[in-house]
Unconditional design. Structure first.
Length: 480
């Protein structure tokens, strides 16, 4: 027996004898609750908060993270655990926090018995670091992309992007958070104490078989819809909150479902950020529509409630989660009137207009009349170019489906108009995914700042999988 192995064995033995629970450090934390919950007719568990992944590079301005893509089982419903996938754990993944300017080294190890990839959704990086279908990680292999963060503070996320298995790998649990901070976001006074008053909410929907395993219906007409809404991997969880302002980073991580979030008492809240960062000003609203792939940051002020109140977050009248109001507590956070300066992309500088037609339903979906082909580049773009994209859907072929969430990799864009109308104020910030309703034309303006091959597609993952995707190549004319 090898000596190191022996030492390890003894170490494990000592830990076991000492009664230590050798926990996976990547597992999400469930905040300990001392409040008696029996009085509430709520079967949900305390909201799981994804752990912040440790940055193993001690130097300021540099960051290094390790992700392991794993399979396991997760207790989600009933008595039997659900076979599932996760990053550094059995379901979902950690939150990676980056600061603008950081030079980042990522290490991703694929411990699955099948290929995967890790796409940084919303991150502006070279095509080779994007993690799309051209950066597949074979079973047992590693991928070590490097990049420098150069975009405003934002809530991004990551998930697999392999041709043929993206949708099912996401369904089984592969999704994590990528949070970017910058000088501006740090000095605004917003709630930003991660896990305390700054909480990610990954929304998904899932169906289950009798034995607890996921039921993934691949033949759904418009993508896989689940019978249960999950938040951070649990059905209808609760979160205990003090009477303070809370910031929630909402990620629609569902394969196909749109959410229409409201507080059940119709209280207003602020939306402060869209996909690519802070809005210029907070938008006071009573509802948040969010389609697959999109993110929004909201601030709910719980100071008007009293101890013991229960506030429900709902979507189309279905329970998403509950907030249990605790005691009053000091709150030094603010929602400033001005959140960020957003550079407006100038329409007069655009070199032209491209049309994107999203068509069909089920497996019959197409983008500009054809299906995705890994060996075909659909568009060529010169580095730094600004383009206008006119995205349309053909309603006649959609059979009541509300629309398609359209996403572009490797950049953030701005919405110019919806059917000729100025977009709503919460859609005037940076976006990487825009919901295009049936029979609607959405005009966006986009600049490509990084070279390489990037996907654009419908973020209903079953549509993407069925071919509603194209790829563009951004070429740097000064390099060949
Ligand atoms: Cu969320 Cu092609 O990505
Ligand atoms: Cu993406
Ligand atoms: Cu679609």
């Amino acid at each position: 027996m090898n000596k190191n192995y022996l030492i390890l064995l003894i170490f494990v033995l000592i830990l076991t004898l000492a009664g230590c629970n050798i926990m996976n450090p990547g597992e999400p934390q469930r905040p300990q609750s001392d409040a008696g919950s029996d009085s509430l007719n709520d079967t949900g568990q305390a909201l799981l908060i994804p752990v912040l992944l440790e940055d193993t590079d001690p130097e300021v301005g540099r960051a290094e993270f390790t992700l392991r893509v794993q399979s396991g089982t997760t207790q989600i419903i009933g008595e039997q655990p659900t076979p599932s996938l996760g990053y550094n754990g059995s379901y979902l993944g950690p939150a990676i926090k980056l600061t603008r300017g950081d030079e980042v080294r990522m290490h991703v190890t694929n411990e699955l018995g099948e290929t995967t990839s890790v796409h940084w959704h919303g991150l502006e990086v070279e095509g080779t670091a994007d993690g799309g279908p051209h950066q597949v990680i074979a079973a047992g292999e590693s991928w070590n992309p490097t990049f420098t963060v150069n975009q405003p503070a934002a809530s991004l996320w990551f998930h697999p992007h392999v041709i043929g298995t993206t949708a099912i790998q996401v369904y089984y649990g592969l999704a994590g958070l990528l949070l970017i901070e910058d000088e501006n976001s740090k000095t605004l006074g917003l709630p930003d104490d991660y896990g305390i008053n700054d909480i990610p909410l990954v929304l998904q929907d899932r169906s289950f078989n009798q034995d607890g395993s996921f039921f993934y219906a691949t033949n759904m007409m418009d993508g896989a819809f689940g019978d249960y809404i999950l938040v951070n991997g649990d059905i209808a969880p609760y979160l205990e909150v003090s009477q303070v302002k809370m910031r929630f980073r909402v990620v629609n991580g569902a394969n196909a479902r749109n959410f229409y979030l409201e507080l059940a008492d119709r209280s207003a809240f602020y939306q402060i950020a869209s996909d690519g960062g802070l809005l210029e000003e907070p938008v006071l609203t009573q509802a948040l529509f969010i389609s697959p792939g999109e993110r929004a940051e909201i601030i709910v002020d719980f100071s008007k409630y009293k101890e013991g109140d229960v506030v429900e977050l709902i979507s189309d009248n279905a329970l998403v989660m509950t907030f249990r109001i605790g005691g009053a507590s000091e709150d030094n956070t603010v929602v400033p009137e001005r959140l960020a300066e957003i550079e407006r992309l100038d329409e007069r500088l655009a070199i032209g207009t491209k049309t994107i037609e999203l068509d069909g339903m089920g497996h019959m979906v197409t983008l500009n009349g054809r299906k995705f082909d890994m060996h075909r580049i659909d568009d060529n773009v010169t580095l730094g170019d600004i383009e206008i994209w006119e995205i349309t859907t053909t309603g006649a072929m959609m059979m009541g489906s509300p629309g398609h969430p359209f996403h572009i990799h490797g950049t953030q864009f701005q919405i110019l108009s919806r059917d000729g109308q100025e977009p709503a104020s919460n859609e005037q910030g940076w976006k990487d995914t825009v919901f295009v309703r049936a029979n609607e034309t959405v005009r966006i303006i986009v600049r490509f700042n990084y070279a390489g091959i990037f996907m654009y597609h419908c973020h209903i993952l079953e549509h993407e999988e069925a071919g509603m995707m194209g790829q563009l190549e951004v070429v740097n004319p000064f390099v060949n």
